[in-house]
Design a protein around this ligand. Structure first.
Ligand code: FUB
Length: 338
């Protein structure tokens, strides 16, 4: 459901059928990255605000300036706002637009990863460090070398290695890069050309650097061919997430302008991944962005929609719904409004 005005009757009909409710209502939250730390659920969302900038295809209306962390004892219980975790005024390199974050832990410390635009207008990804899952986090003075674009998602593999996935096209600027080099002339590929994929790189042991240059992830179709650029219902757009289920790696992501959450399955954190299907049909609001987490043996999809604000795309609310797998490992598609 793309950005437009909704009538009271339309909004009420959707609210009546919604499969889940906002985790919190006192602030707008989006792009939830959920993890189990210290036996509780910690959710790392964007903190949406009204920045006064009109809707455009580059996401200029997403003018976020800080982060709050949410905590739940269980996915079907209430959420607590743990307060301010990081403010843009404390990040020397960041100028504006603090978009979707994530977090990870290693050796008792917590690492908060976030994208922001620098003064030159380019997105990069930074890290901030804290002693508690909810922060506060102290930012490193420079962004992480070798990162660019948006939407970091950090996956802890079973062997202890951590991988950062990142990248988003259009406003996220991923289409401006090839082989990790920027060129303003580059655009999203079109037609039968292979679609762009997200990037992945292993993190260094101190969790503050990429241990290797990022590489592009390939998503294959049912014939083993890379998804085509004009396959907008399935191609990668933004919001990568990685989880493991029954020994397989599941890359999930948003298709952006077609508004689906999809997944693809592989045998390595680097891929390749084969397209598996849809996780979530479109929500109210332009963007879709999610995470998937296991808690007490059940699987949960954290996502957002814009119902709380009456359909304003940049004023979203985080929600959670239970995910189910088929016997063959396929994820059953959820319909956000029944
Ligand atoms: O919240 C700003 C941007 O919108 C995120 O970075 C994207 O994933 C989309 O949800």
């Amino acid at each position: 459901m793309a950005d437009r005005e909704y009538t009271e009757a339309e909004l009420k009909a959707l609210a009546d059928k919604a499969i889940s409710q906002p985790l919190v209502r006192h602030i707008y939250t989006a792009d939830p990255s959920a993890h189990v730390f210290e036996g509780k659920l910690y959710i790392y969302p964007s903190h949406d605000i009204e920045g006064g900038t009109a809707f455009d295809d580059d996401g200029g209306h997403f003018q976020m300036r800080d982060y709050h962390v949410l905590r739940q004892d269980s996915p079907d219980g209430p959420a607590t706002d743990c307060g301010l975790a990081l403010d843009i005024r404390d990040v020397p390199w960041a100028d504006r637009q603090m978009w979707a974050p994530d977090a990870a832990t290693r050796d008792g410390r917590y690492y908060f990863y976030f994208p922001a635009k620098k003064a030159d207008g380019l997105f990069q990804i930074g890290v901030a460090v804290g002693d508690r899952p909810e922060g506060p986090f102290k930012p490193e003075p420079e962004p992480i070398a070798g990162t660019y674009s948006i939407d970091p998602a950090v996956y802890a593999d079973a062997d202890g290695a951590h991988y950062m996935y990142f990248g988003g096209i259009w406003g996220g600027q991923l289409q401006k890069y090839r082989d990790n080099a920027y060129d303003a002339a580059h655009e999203e590929p079109v037609g039968d050309a292979p679609a762009l994929g997200p990037r992945v790189a292993r993190l260094s042991d101190d969790m503050k650097q990429l241990a290797e240059p990022s590489r592009e992830i390939v998503i294959l179709d049912e014939h083993g061919q890379p998804l085509r650029a004009d396959d907008h219902d399935r191609r990668y757009f933004e919001g990568p997430w990685m989880h493991r289920y029954q020994g397989k790696y599941y890359l999930s992501y948003s298709t952006g302008n077609t508004h689906y959450l999809c997944y693809a399955v592989g045998d390595s954190p680097y891929g390749p991944f084969t397209y598996g299907g849809r996780i979530l049909e479109p929500v109210l609001g332009w963007t879709t962005h999610h995470s998937i987490v296991e808690f007490d043996g059940r699987w949960w999809l954290y996502y957002h929609d814009s119902l709380l604000s009456g359909g304003v795309t940049h004023l979203r609310a985080v929600k959670v719904a239970e995910l189910e797998y088929d016997a063959d490992g396929g994820i059953r598609t959820l319909r956000p409004y029944g």
